[in-house]
Design a protein around this ligand. Structure first.
Ligand code: FDA
Length: 391
């Protein structure tokens, strides 16, 4: 079967790209080995899909080239996606920090993208394993099941390897290498961190959640942290995990809202109180921190010791021994190197007609709707370019 474009991967990026190209007149086939499209959309945002963030600018993304995402994010914005959501009558709300969610179900977003593809007369090949792919005489040929499809444009939209049980694979990287594109080393991101045995004290606090400022290198996030049986999780930790490298520390400020000198002031006001009592943290955590610092009654501690304790509490170093890996990672950082792609079209500079979009590319957003916005924006850019190239 001959088409104008073959889109590999029916996730958010692939569906957006197929719909945009199809509605502008291109004959598009969308292929996925899963039986249903958008499985990550369906489970995202606790089933309500945090479908965008109103603050989705390039500085909220990690990439070897921090400027790469600007063009696509600027041409298809969170307001554009919101307008689409509203055209489809999907009710939504802002939860926090600019994060927009469906009031109802993430299924509405998948149904919307499905309808948009239908409006573009996109052909579907679901439950279809992708076989060999070749490129000759300016056409790409993809083996799907028992047959072949061919087109002058091929879009890699198969995402990253995060959450294999949802169908995620490293196909995007294999294809990139096949076509001579570089891959920035992928690693799990937005992922819980694990703590080594000597930090068992903190693992014993599993279930305790608190607002903190977490820091890895220069990245700082003021959100909740959660102690788990294996280590640390919660939004603040997931955010810093994308920046964290093996061997580095993650620092936590346990009292981000306390002003300088708060512990000395507490000593003056309540000399008989214990450090654990004035920490204003959940009891088990407060006891664990005070025991590690080695201070009981405030009045019995020197001012110097309290100043040092305050410093420790504001910059508590954890040394994770790893992450919970791709099985638990919401995204993959790294991917197809942007250096080989046009930031306007997502097209490969060295292989005319080849495009890469979404999470497959070395652009990774913060937690909070940024990754879907990148999927929509990069998919839109490629869809538009495919239609333009045809006309
Ligand atoms: P995506 O991974 O969605 O799609 C790739 C498609 O390619 C899949 O359908 C897959 O089956 C297919 N595929 C892969 N390999 C294949 C192969 N070998 N052969 C055939 N098909 C193949 N982001 C956000 O902004 N807000 C949120 O609320 C959340 N929540 C969230 C929760 C959880 C649990 C996860 C795991 C992730 C999120 N994310 C998120 C991240 C978000 O889901 C992710 O960044 C996007 O889905 C990426 O979209 P893509 O279309 O690029 O890839």
């Amino acid at each position: 079967m001959d088409y104008d474009a073959i889109v590999l991967g029916a996730g958010g990026a692939g569906m957006m790209c197929a719909a945009v190209a199809g509605q502008r007149g291109a004959r598009v086939v969308l292929i996925d080995h899963n039986d249903e499209p958008g499985r990550k959309i369906l489970i995202s945002g606790g089933g309500r899909c945090n479908f965008t963030n109103i603050a989705a600018t390039a500085d909220r993304y990690l990439s070897a080239n921090p400027h790469f995402a600007k063009s696509a994010l600027g041409r298809y914005t969170s307001q554009d996606f919101l307008a689409l959501v509203e055209r489809h009558g999907i009710a939504w709300h802002e939860k926090t920090l600019g994060q927009l969610f469906c009031d109802g179900s993430a299924r509405q977003i998948v149904a919307m993208l499905h309808d948009e593809c239908a409006a573009g007369q996109v052909a579907w090949r679901l439950g279809a394993p992708i076989g060999a792919i070749d490129h000759a005489d300016s056409r790409f040929r993809v083996r799907v099941g028992d047959g072949w499809v061919s087109a002058p444009a091929l879009v890699i939209a198969t995402g990253g390897p995060s959450i294999p049980k949802l169908g995620a694979t490293g196909l995007a990287y294999d294809l990139a290498r096949q076509f001579g594109l570089k891959v920035v080393e992928p690693r799990p991101a937005l992922v819980p961190l694990t703590l080594p045995g000597e930090e068992a004290l903190f693992r014993a606090l599993a279930g305790v959640a608190i607002p903190v400022v977490a820091r890895a290198g220069k990245a700082r996030f003021a959100e909740a942290a959660l102690f788990t049986h294996r280590g640390l999780s919660g939004p603040a930790i997931l955010q810093v995990s994308s920046y964290w490298r093996h061997g580095e520390a993650v620092a936590i400020d346990f009292r981000p809202d306390a002003g300088a000198g708060w512990l000395l002031a507490a000593k003056r006001a309540r000399p008989r109180a214990t450090l654990a009592a004035v920490l204003d943290l959940p009891g088990r955590l407060a006891e664990a921190l005070a025991a590690r610092i080695g201070i009981g009654e405030l009045g019995a501690a020197t001012d110097r010791a309290l100043a040092e304790a305050e410093r420790q509490l504001a910059d508590w170093p954890f040394r994770p021994n790893g992450t919970e890996g791709y099985a638990k990672a919401e995204v993959t950082v790294g991917g197809i190197a942007t250096a080989g792609l046009s930031s306007r079209t997502m097209g490969a500079r060295s292989v005319p007609g080849l495009y890469a979009i979404g999470e497959a590319v070395d652009v990774t957003g913060w937690l909070g709707g940024y990754n879907f916005q990148w999927a929509w924006a990069s998919g839109w850019a490629a869809g538009q370019a495919i239609a333009e190239a045809r006309s």
